[in-house]
Design a protein around this ligand. Sequence first.
Ligand SMILES: [Fe+2]
Ligand SMILES: [Fe+2]
Length: 357
Amino acid sequence: MKTINRRNFLKQGGVVLAASALPMSLIEVAFGKSSEQNFTFAFISDSHITHIKGNEFVRNWDQGLIRAVAEANLLDPRPDFVMYGGDIAQLGKPEEIDHGLEILSGLRDKAYYVMGEHDYYVDLGEYWRKQLGPDHYSFDHKGVHFVVLNSILTWEKWMHKKWDTGMDRMKQMARLDNPDGQPFMVGDAQRKWLKDDLAKVSKDTPVVVMSHSPLQKIYKGWNFWTEDAEQVQALLKPFKKVTVLYGHVHQIQYNQVGNISFSAAMATAWPWPYPSTYSQKESLLPKLTVEMNRADPFFERDATGWQFIDMATGDVAVNYQLTDNRNRTVAFSDKAGKPVDAQFQDKANRIPPQTHY
Ligand SMILES: [Fe+2]
Ligand SMILES: [Fe+2]
């Protein structure tokens, strides 16, 4: 029997909302009506732990992660594990990574980690890997093949050019709209690794891919982008069902490209605006994404919330509970042949995004 259904989730979520919205995702993977293989895992992302000096850290970002860990520990039924979607740190300092990992060590369940650009560019991921191991790997869990990629690499020449300090390189990549930033990519070596890894997996096996940047091209100016997204998607195409979960964008995004469902996780730190509302430029935000309302800058948790991703149907259904916004569900519609947000798909019913100047 399914252990979680939407009603249970919403009931559970009601309690959560009473305690204010928390930046958490819960993902259910299910194979059928009575499969004992069904399981859930939690997804926490983008904490951006920021060191001030000595043992002082920016409190808001600490609190977001502390609350997500506390909530993950209260989940019932227990998730089998927790995925962390990247950007533990703001500037990749050892103090920030250590402090974030200290908070995350409070998790009751095993955690798997994804590399974010804010963890990486100061020392090309050396300290992160020392603490957490390889930045790309795969594992099997109850019949599902999980792949973790480091999608925030960029041109070798740029990464390895002569920098005065690693922090100079980090500051180029840590800014959201720096014209001197470089596009993210998975890169040749890792794509070769992915190809070999997937060659051992039957095409019927559900595949879940975790990356930090979206493995689709949304807005290059902010690196809501992976340069070799099409090549990665081509490697995933032969599989019956693939789900890509990612962090980095700090906002709700979803998309369906053939057999691949994409869902972004919200951040525990802060929400980003949608690129189109900020830059006033055309962006490739997936048509299926209905933008969440923009944040109230005086409430640091606004526009973050819960999402419950249900993989039980074979196609992803996502339930959202957002602060200062209406609950919504995005579910695959057989009629439309794609995920549909029944309540918000109609433009007239959407909450229009704010215009930023
Ligand atoms: Fe981030
Ligand atoms: Fe990021």
